[in-house]
Ligand binder design. Structure first.
Ligand SMILES: [Zn+2]
Ligand SMILES: [Zn+2]
Length: 146
């Protein structure tokens, strides 16, 4: 039973993280934090961009949850694990499948990868703070599936 609860906490955290990321992206990154996020909507010079601080921030949050929950293996620990898994999925989907920051030497195929790429490139059509669409990172609206 404990195992199912643990899986439930992790899965719920991943779903909640996508909702939080969507909200943050739409209302903060394309809002008051645009001065940071705009580096992701412009051509990148070099390996990193200022926008990467968001990834580092979520990394710090997940590590804090893991470390503070570690001794008692509490819910917080598993929430931290969920945030870390979300971070890895986000990195794989957004930075590898869509932006290809790490070249795997092949293009990810499949309906989901193509839909993800299509939706996120619609987001990148806009290089301004306002007027962007498609703020999700892992969730893709079914209309983008062929
Ligand atoms: Zn954006
Ligand atoms: Zn992007």
């Amino acid at each position: 039973m404990q195992f199912l609860i643990t899986i439930g906490i992790i899965v719920s955290t991943i779903i909640a993280m996508e909702a939080i990321a969507w909200f943050t992206h739409k209302y903060l990154m394309h809002g008051p934090l645009w001065f940071i996020h705009k580096t992701h909507h412009m051509p990148r010079h070099g390996r990193f961009e200022l926008n990467d601080v968001f990834g580092i921030l979520f990394g710090v949050i997940s590590m804090s949850c893991i470390i503070s929950g570690m001794h008692t293996m509490s819910t917080l620990f598993w929430i931290g694990i969920g945030i870390s898994i979300y971070g890895l999925l986000y990195f794989f989907a957004h930075d590898i499948i869509v932006h290809r920051r790490v070249k795997l030497g092949m293009r990810m195929r499949g309906q989901y990868a193509e839909a993800l790429r299509k939706a996120h490139l619609i987001h990148h059509k806009t290089i301004t703070k306002k007027g962007s669409e498609e703020f999700g990172f892992l969730f893709v609206h079914p209309k983008h599936l062929k």
